[in-house]
Design a protein around this ligand. Structure first.
Ligand code: GUN
Length: 299
């Protein structure tokens, strides 16, 4: 059997950022507007620091303004809530993202609920979650699942009638991914750690989205021949073969065995990851236009 098509998320995201950059230039020329994205990081989680740095860099690269707020690990919840209130009221800020996870002493739901839904470029506010699950086009859609959906539609065209299995039930990926696939008329199963016969569930899938955060958990023989596999996992594991103390990134899918069975598959790194930030920039562009009563450009 021939090997799967490798879905190049890096190139896809680069092209998307290029189109976003053109729309940002147009917004500036026609309306003297520059979208602004505020990113809030509480604490010093190394992975979160890398994400936030990349977000800031790519925001500037497409011509938007980036505002970074780095708060100490022991920041009081009310200090964070006050910052969010200030950002809600700041006209220069069109999008607000609070990097998750937050330290344990901060109530995540309270923080997400404090963000103005119109500036909620993560799509995590209950208003946006509700709009998405009721199939309303006005929803701000969470970035990672949206990037996955874009790649799936690019690969497969219509998804209607396909059997999709989403492995993982997080609020950030699993649940919104399932809602998006349902909106595309897939038959959707959400599988998770308590699912019985997990391998059989996965084997039935035309589309398999793995988002569990467990390194290489899905072997090739869980995959239906020809299926499209989207690997959301970004797991750092030891790589003694590269030298002492070295590590490497792997997904939730065992790429080596899966690539021999799947019809198409996203690699890690270079698959889903780059699409997430590109979708965040797209949401910031859309939020800016909606706040100013302008049409949202198709990108
Ligand atoms: N942490 C991991 N993924 C995300 C994301 O998409 N948004 C936010 N805010 N935090 C995250």
């Amino acid at each position: 059997m021939s090997e799967a098509t490798i879905i190049d998320g890096k190139a896809f995201a680069e092209a998307l950022r290029g189109r976003i950059g053109s729309e940002v230039s147009r917004l500036k020329a026609d309306h003297d507007l520059t979208p602004g994205l505020a990113v809030v990081l509480v604490g010093e989680d190394p992975a979160s620091q890398v994400y936030v740095r990349n977000k800031g860099k790519q925001t500037l690269e497409v011509g938007m303004n980036s505002y970074e707020h780095k708060l100490a690990d022991d920041t009081a919840e009310e200090t964070l809530l006050k910052l969010i209130e200030d950002l809600n009221n700041d006209d220069k800020v069109n999008g607000i993202l609070v990097q998750l996870p937050l330290p344990d002493h901060i109530n995540e739901s309270a923080v997400l609920a404090a963000i103005d839904p119109a500036k909620d470029v993560d799509g995590f506010h209950v208003v946006n979650v509700g709009l998405l699950t009721t199939g309303d086009d006005k929803a701000m859609v969470p970035c990672t699942p949206w990037g996955c959906l874009m790649m799936l539609k690019d690969q497969l065209g219509s998804l209607s009638g396909k059997k999709a299995v989403v492995l993982g039930r997080s609020n950030i990926v699993g649940k919104p991914m399932a809602a998006l696939l349902l909106k595309e008329s897939c038959t959707v199963t959400i599988a998770h750690s308590r699912t019985r016969d997990l391998a059989d569930e996965c084997r039935a899938a035309d589309i398999l989205v793995a988002a569990v955060g467990r390194p290489e958990m899905v072997p090739g023989d869980w995959i239906k021949p020809g299926a499209t596999v989207i690997d959301v996992g970004i797991n750092r594991i030891d790589a003694p073969e590269k030298g002492e103390g070295k590590t490497r990134l792997v997904g939730d899918v065992d790429f080596t065995s899966a690539v021999k069975v799947a019809g198409a598959i996203t690699p890690v790194p270079g698959g889903v990851g780059p699409m997430t930030i590109a979708c965040l920039l797209r949401n910031t562009l859309a939020a800016t236009c909606l706040q100013k009563g302008l049409n949202v450009p198709e990108v």
